[in-house]
Design a protein around this ligand. Sequence first.
Ligand code: AMP
Ligand code: GLY
Length: 427
Amino acid sequence: MNVLILGSGGREHAFAWKIAQSKQLQNLYIAPGNAGTANCGTNLNVAVNDFEAIKNIVWEKDINLVLVGPEDPLVNGIHDFFLNDDVLKDIPVIGPKKDGAQLEGSKDFSKQFMLKHGVPTARYATFTKNNLNEGYAFLETLEPPFVLKADGLAAGKGVLIIDNITEAKEELKKMLVDAKFGNASTKVVIEEFLKGIELSVFVLTDGKSYKILPAAKDYKRIGEGDTGLNTGGMGAVSPVPFANEAFIKKVEELVVKPTIKGLNKDGIDYRGFIFIGLMNCNGEPSVIEYNCRMGDPETEVVIPRIKTDFIDLLQGVATQTLHQKEYETITETATTVVLVSGGYPGDFEKGKIVNGLNNSFDSQVFHSGTKLDGDKVLTNGGRVFAITSFGKTIEEAVNKSFATADKINYEGKYFRRDIGKDLKIYQ
Ligand code: AMP
Ligand code: GLY
């Protein structure tokens, strides 16, 4: 089997690493990939939204399955593009079509979906610039802090959480009237603030049946103690100690089953990952958001905890035989620590030479933002590496990740040394 992975981050390196272990694999291609994925297969210099160029790769390399990493090509309709093309239509794409990708592509769509299908979520209303005053009035009915969300994709920056009502009204106006997030904030969802502790649950579905993958907790802020600006994610832990079997069962009954049923009822044939961002509010799950892909850096702890042959699972998705597939996980704890470029998530420089990658590590080093320059590895993004380790406890795992992080060097390296620390009380 020849597989093509689309994307270039730590998530895609983790996919590539796992797929490269499959007995069913003949050739693995990653477009565009990074210096890490080059160790698992062949990188091809094609952008994830260049569908015509992707078509050529699929044709030339005789690709049998395409796994889409990021949300962008899914929201832009790559799966539909394949289905509508005579050459591509029988090549399975793992990732939803445009309709299913709206679960992530439009916050308004996903809130309506949750309401319609009885999935627990925060109370909300959606506004445009034509009913700005109603938006102000809705804010008055809520307790602070106020949650404002740009409807469309805004590179992870479209959610504002604001303590002060005057400021919340100003921001609402900026989003709707001044197009603060461009077209993404033509509509704004305002919702109730949920108090609790956050985690992510991942589902792989063929549209009919599903497997619940390991849950993970992500660390979004740049600073230790969850301070400072939001990032793509500074680390992750799986399993999540406060999400015990009983809680996950609740998530399955209250969220996963109604979501899959709802997709069916709405005629959305969804084949791929559903990333469910959840708040655990005193033991009750409430959905913050859906994403139509795996999380990054969550994938770097979730995928290593899956024992099963990954191509086998993906084939189950493609042929709607997922229910027949065995699925086993590793019970040990996995942690990942993300090394970033100095300045991230603000301005940062790329092209710094990375040293120390040839050391021996008690971790799996996933590349997030790197590129090859001859035999040198250069930094090529805000997030540079995700260092995953296993342990009997979070502490044991994360200490291995820190030890590896200390052996890898480049100018401006930064990482959080408190990943998983907050979870000790639950263990
Ligand atoms: P989202 O892009 O929807 O994941 O939102 C970004 C982050 O904002 C989430 O990961 C949460 O930490 C936070 N957030 C979003 N919605 C809410 C809410 N209703 N209550 C509390 N926190 C929220
Ligand atoms: N780590 C959060 C995300 O992938 O959206």
